[in-house]
Design a protein around this ligand. Structure first.
Ligand SMILES: [Zn+2]
Ligand SMILES: [Zn+2]
Length: 296
């Protein structure tokens, strides 16, 4: 009896949260209700929906503008009919100067993720996607940046910093996503001083803004890269600078809601992180975590 009482006193709930998820409203699989069901099976404490925000030009992976109201209403309805997990209305919003920014949708949402997927345009006006197929990356790399990897990377991080200063989101999405194109390190080395300088400048802008950096596991389980976004050496600098983080999977399927979370938490703990941020009662709050989840 005494043992049982002690266990009860020491018991603390351990569960995950994920704020970066995509459903059939954009390029993900599954209805939001499927995500909620899977999240409950995974004993998650908090789930954020973050479909790609509508863009004012043709885009086959974004939500259609006419579906935005239904998306927000659906999450609202799910929230009222779901127990044991808090649900949040979010969007992953591009930053394209004078076209779209996280500020555009902020008022309708519980939180925003700001991401750079487009860097400048081809001469015919078509926007250049930096995380699409490698052949299209190389096309823009040559046409827009004259095959200069330093100029390309500098522009990518410059846009990230501009977003932070002008239209700061709650969460900075996949900070170094452009490395997905650096197959076998053929384009650059992350040890290059110029690359590190771009990253460090960007981290300083984020530190000053108070935004959260997501530790995104998608590259790991998608087998596209062997590390999280951001890379481990960047995580070390984030820890030194005391910038808040979340763990997210950028799930495009309900099965991936907590994919690689345990391994990533272990890596973060080895670096020295003790807290991750969760959205609770309308505020981002740092909470303790272990390899099994947050301790709330
Ligand atoms: Zn993204
Ligand atoms: Zn995403």
């Amino acid at each position: 009896m005494l043992l049982y009482a002690t266990l009860q006193c020491n018991f603390r709930t351990i569960m995950w949260a994920n704020y970066h998820t995509h459903s059939s409203f954009c390029d993900g699989k599954g209805e939001p209700a499927n995500h909620v069901q899977r999240a409950q099976e995974n004993k998650m404490v908090s789930l954020g929906f973050s479909s790609h925000a509508p863009l004012p030009f043709a885009c086959n992976w974004c939500m259609k503008n006419e579906n935005l109201h239904r998306y927000l209403q659906l999450i609202e309805n799910l929230r009222h009919n779901t127990c044991n997990i808090t649900l949040h209305k979010g969007l992953e919003i591009d930053y394209i100067p004078d076209v779209i920014s996280p500020l555009d949708y902020k008022d309708q949402l519980d939180y925003t993720i700001g991401s750079i997927h487009f860097v400048d345009s081809f001469p015919d006006g078509k926007r250049w996607e930096i995380d699409g197929p490698h052949a299209s990356f190389l096309d823009g790399f040559e046409t827009i940046f004259n095959n200069s990897i330093e100029d390309t990377i500098a522009r990518y991080f410059e846009l990230t910093r501009e977003m932070i200063v002008k239209a700061c989101p709650d969460i900075v999405g996949h900070l170094d996503k452009i490395k997905i194109q650096n197959i076998d390190g053929k384009l650059f080395s992350e040890e290059d001083a110029w690359y590190r300088d771009e990253v460090y400048q960007t981290l300083e802008a984020i530190r000053q803004s108070g935004a959260i950096i997501e530790v995104n596991t998608r590259g790991l389980y998608h087998k596209k890269i062997s590390t999280t976004y951001p890379s481990p050496w960047i995580l070390e600098r984030i820890h030194q600078k005391n910038i808040p983080i979340t763990i997210s999977s950028d799930a495009h399927h309900p099965d991936d809601l907590i994919n690689q979370f345990e391994q990533t938490a272990e890596q973060l703990m080895a670096i020295g992180f003790t807290k991750i941020s969760i959205l609770k009662e309308g505020k981002w709050q740092p909470v303790d975590f272990t390899t099994h989840g947050i301790i709330d």
